[in-house]
Structures are given as C-alpha cells and as structure tokens.
Design a protein around this ligand. Structure first.
Ligand SMILES: Cc1ncc(COP(=O)(O)O)c(C=O)c1O
Length: 440
C-alpha cells in the first residue's frame, strides 16, 4: 500500500517538514507554513493572520502580491518563461534602462542575477576584471554579504566554519560602532581611528594589491547602526587614493528602504559598483549590480548563469520598480520611519529595555539591553519580544548573527498603512511591558 496516498494533508506537511535539509530554529511549525500574503499581511496554514514587520527578509519593499507585479509576471509566463542569457527580452532591456535612469550618478551599466549573494559575486568578479593582478578584497568585520561560499567568507566569521577549504580569503577591516565606540572615543573619533586602521591594512596588512572594498551603508544583518558621515566620505577618499574600487552592498538598503531610492543617495556615497537585490523583485528572485560607466564590461563567459536573467523575475522586477516610483515609496518610508522613530523614542523613556532606537526611513530597529550603562545585550528578552509578538499577530524581525541577537527590527513593506504600523508599535509596547513586569 502507498503510505503517502493514505496519509492526511497534515501528516504530509509534517513529513515534508522533517525531510527538509534547511531546518529553521524558529517557533512553531505551523507558523512557518504560509499560504497567502497581501501587502503587509501574511496568513498561515491555520488561517491565522500576521502583520509582517520583516517584509519576508526585507524583500517586499512593495507589499506582497501587488496586483501590478502579479499581472506582469503572469503575462510574461504566458508569453515566454525562460530565455538563456545570450537572448534578450523586452522587459530585460526596459528594466536595465529604468534602473540606470534612477541609479546614483555615473552608474550606467547593469547586470542581473537571481540572488543577492550571486550579485555580490558578480560585483567581486567585475572588480577583479577591472583590477587584473590584484589579490585582495577588503570587507568590514560585522558585514554580511550572503551565503554562497565566497560571500559567506566576505561576511562576519561564521561560527564553527566547516566551509573554509573551499572559500576564498577576504581581509576584514574594523569599522566604527556609533553605539559602542572604542573606549575613550566618541563616534567620530572612532570612525577616524578605523579609517587610519583601514589605510594601514591596505598598506601593511596584505601582500599585493587590493581590488576592492565592499561594505553595506548600514549593516542590515549586523548591528543596524548608522555610520558617522565622515566614515563614508573617508572610505571613498581612501579608495581613490589607493586605486581601490568601492562596492556598496545595497541588497537591504536599496529601493527606498532608507527613505531615498538608494542609501548611496541618502548618505552621499559615490560607489563604483552598487549591489541590489531583495526589494527589486517584488517577491520574485532578482538581484544584480549597477556599475560605473568607466568600468570594463565582462568578457564572454565571465558571468553567465542559465537563469541569470529569468524573464518572469525580470518582468516582475520591472513592474515592481515602476510601482515603487509611482507610489513614491521612498517618501512613504521617510514618513513611516519618522512616525515609528518618534513612537519608539517615547517608548524608550518608559521601557528600560530599549537601549537604542535606530533608523533611517523604514530601516527601523531597537537594540534591547539589560542595563543602559553597560549596554549588556538583552538577547533572551529580544527573543521573547519576537515570540510574544506572534501571539499578538505581529511578526517582528530578530537579529541572529555576529553575536548580537538583541535587535528587534520593524521593517514592514514601505506601503504598510499607518494603522498597521501603529498597531505593530502598540503590540511592541504591550509585549515590552509584559516582559519588563516578568509576566508569563
Ligand atoms: C546586505 C546583503 N547582501 C547580500 C545578501 C544576500 O542576498 P541573498 O540572500 O538574496 O543571496 C543579503 C541577504 O540578507 C544582505 O542582507
């Protein structure tokens, strides 16, 4: 007898769950089985509704399942689903033109792929193609650039890293920490010190030439902390003086999240290569790079993946970027972010757990501490906020990496309604009170 045919749908789901190689440490099984999404809301297999303050890994800058994106994808599906990278589709060319049109000045070339990690690899390849003979790429210590073999190595040290034998070596440089500057220094002095250390690293820390420095304007999976302005300007200056290409990883910060279309524009950074991903696809896998017009293009075969320019994702991306512009989502992010920040700063006065409130735009988070003076991370409490949020129908973002684990992120789609954002903040207020009062 075929056991599978006889099993109930619930048993099938449970068996499928056990079969998965990628097990999640998170909460209840049912919670993770999503069946529907619209805007900032998701529904699980039991019909429970949640307000999603994670925008599904900060990917739905435009709310989930926007009809314009769904229509564009379906239309593309009907016409032609797959075209290998040596062929073009109209949507590919239109999206290339549109992205170059909204890119920071000078970035007039564009390449596409499906994942942020592969886009970072594309940026690294383009840097090496343009700096032949260079041996090194610099990254920042708490940076995060993905989970392919090379981008994992470009990110913070992975705990118990067993992948080393097949990973390239990156040189990780220290960076400033505005919330916990080095002892005796204020944030600006900390940034100045780190710039000096970076220069030393380039000159004395590596043998041979450095091709590129890659960093995130705000470390999305790191501390979520804004760098001082002089840091960004200093990195550009050092890269120019040392002949190094500056790669800005905007996989999280791009497409309106910070209140500008790109964080590069928000902070006045002029990258040589900008990496985008997540929000560009409107829920479809899409990523890529924008590169300065001076840079030499790829040689044939340098960077070709069978589905690298997947027409359905490209069509969805075209509709998404158009919608982000049409709906003025960067402005919405600024407005929502200002409101959220004001509410969180007010809550900070009542909740000793809130050590710091972070933005800009809808790149909103709070860092929880057990003691504001020592800034001891309140990691256990942060996880409780997450779990209790679920009980109240709100999915808050958690940080899990780089030894932090005490951030709560409030990063819904940029077209979240005011009422929804206000509800999420009310729930946060409630659960913080519950936790501080030690209620079960
Ligand atoms: C800044 C940054 N770069 C790269 C990546 C990798 O993107 P993906 O998971 O799509 O490969 C991420 C993903 O979280 C990211 O936050």
């Amino acid at each position: 007898m075929d056991v599978r045919a006889a099993s109930s749908p619930d048993e099938t789901l449970a068996r499928g769950r056990r079969a998965l190689l990628h097990q999640s440490p998170q909460v209840s099984d049912e919670m993770l089985t999503l069946v529907q999404a619209r805007g900032s809301l998701v529904w699980d297999v039991n019909g429970r509704e949640y307000l999603d303050c994670t925008a599904q890994a900060w990917s739905n800058n435009l709310g989930a399942n926007d009809p314009r994106v769904v229509e564009a994808a379906v239309e593309q599906l009907r016409r032609i689903t797959h075209a290998r990278p040596t062929f073009h589709t109209p949507a590919l060319l239109e999206l290339a033109d549109l992205l170059v049109g909204i890119a920071p000045d000078g970035l007039e070339q564009v390449g596409f792929t499906l994942h942020g990690s592969m886009a970072v690899e594309m940026a690294l390849k383009l840097a090496l193609r343009n700096r032949p003979g260079a041996q090194h790429v610099l990254t920042l210590q708490d940076g995060y650039h993905g989970r392919s073999l090379s981008t994992m190595a470009a990110s913070w040290p992975h705990p118990d890293n067993v992948f080393g034998p097949l990973q390239p070596r990156f040189t990780r440089a220290p960076h400033p920490d505005t919330y916990r500057p080095r002892p005796g220094l204020d944030p600006e002095q900390d940034a100045e010190l780190c710039l000096r250390l970076l220069r030393d690293t380039i000159r004395k820390g590596v043998d041979g030439k450095v091709a590129a420095l890659i960093y995130e304007p705000i470390q999305g999976n790191g501390g979520h902390i804004e760098f001082p302005a002089l840091w960004h300007a200093g990195l550009r200056r050092i890269c120019d003086e040392e002949g190094i290409l500056l790669i800005l990883d905007e996989v999280q910060t791009g497409l309106g999240r910070t209140g500008s279309m790109w964080a590069a524009q928000h902070y006045g950074i002029q990258p040589d290569i900008l990496v985008f991903g997540k929000g560009v696809g409107g829920g479809f896998p899409l990523a890529g790079i924008l590169a300065h017009h001076d840079l030499q293009r790829f040689e044939p075969g340098d960077d070709q993946l069978t589905f690298g320019q997947f027409p359905v994702a490209i069509a969805a991306g075209l509709a998404t970027v158009r919608a982000i512009i049409e709906d003025r989502l960067p402005e919405r992010a600024t407005e929502h972010g200002a409101y959220a920040t004001e509410r969180l700063l007010e809550m900070q006065q009542r909740h000793p757990l809130i050590g710091d409130v972070r933005c800009p735009g809808l790149m909103v988070s709070i860092e929880l501490v057990t003691d504001r003076a020592t800034k001891e991370p309140a990691t256990k409490e942060a996880h409780q906020v997450y779990l209790r949020g679920l009980d109240h129908g709100v999915i808050f973002g958690e940080s899990r990496y780089a030894g932090l684990g005490n951030l709560i992120k409030i990063k819904p789609p940029l077209d979240v309604t005011h009422e929804q954002l206000s509800r999420a903040l009310d729930v946060l207020d409630t659960v913080l009170t519950e936790i501080e009062n030690g209620r079960d």
